[in-house]
Design a protein around this ligand. Sequence first.
Ligand SMILES: [Zn+2]
Ligand SMILES: [Zn+2]
Length: 261
Amino acid sequence: MRLTRSLLTLQTAMLSMLNDGRQPENKSFRTDSPSSVLNTDTSQCDSTTTSKYASTATNSFNYHEPPIGVEYAHNPSVFGRILEGALPSTTYAESDELYAFQDIYPRAKLHSLVIPKKFIPSVKCLLSTCSCCSADGTHDTQPTSILNRKRSLTNNVPVSSNSMINRQTFHERLALVLNMKQMACSILQKKEPAAYQKGDYILCFHVPPYNSVDHLHLHILAPASEMNWAYRYCKYLCGTPWCLDLEELIHRLENRIKEDT
Ligand SMILES: [Zn+2]
Ligand SMILES: [Zn+2]
C-alpha cells in the first residue's frame, strides 16, 4: 500500500519533470524572443543548472537553404527561427531536406537534433494520430491553415482520417525518417565512433505532449553509458509513453505500408 503510493508519487514527479509544464493549448504559435527559446528544451528539475556538457563550438546565425516549396515563415516553432537564421545554432550536418544541430542543453557528450526543414509538428503527424494534419496526411503550412488548425485543436475536432491517407504518403514519411537515421548515424560515426561501434547511443523522438518544441526532432545521444541516469533512464527512455525509439517508428511506418498493400 505504502509502496504503491510512493511509486505513484515517483511517477508523478517523473512525468512533471519530463513535461515542460506547458499545456498544448497554451503553446505559442510563434516564438521570437530568444529568452523563451533558452527555456524550451529543459525539464523543470534542472532549469537553474547548466549542463555538464557545455558546448565549446560557437553558435552562428546561419540561413539554411530550404527545399522548393518550403517557407520558414510558415513554421511557427523555434526551429523555424533557427532554420531561417534568426536564432543561432551549432551545426552538425545539413542536406537539402534535413538540418542537424546541437541541443541547447546537451545531456550527453554528443547531443544533436536532426530536423526536417519542412514543417512537421511531431512524430504523431507521421503516424497520423495527431489532430493537426489534414485528411490526406499533409501538413499545410499556409498561415490560414495554421489559424484553422489552432481553431480545430481548441475545439478538439479531429481533422485526420486514417482511411483517407494513401500509401504514397507513408512511403514519403518512411523515406524522410530513413534519411534522418542516415544523417544521425553519420554524425555518430564522426563524433563518437567508439560509442557508435558498441551501440552505446540513443536515437529517439519525444511524443506530444512530452515534447519541448512543436517541430519533429530526432535526438542523438552518445555515449549513453556516460549520461546522467535521470536522462538515460527517464527523459530519454524509449518504450515509454513519452519517448519513441527511431527503429520502432521505422517498424510502425513499414507496417502501415504493408497494411495498405
Ligand atoms: Zn499533425
Ligand atoms: Zn525532445
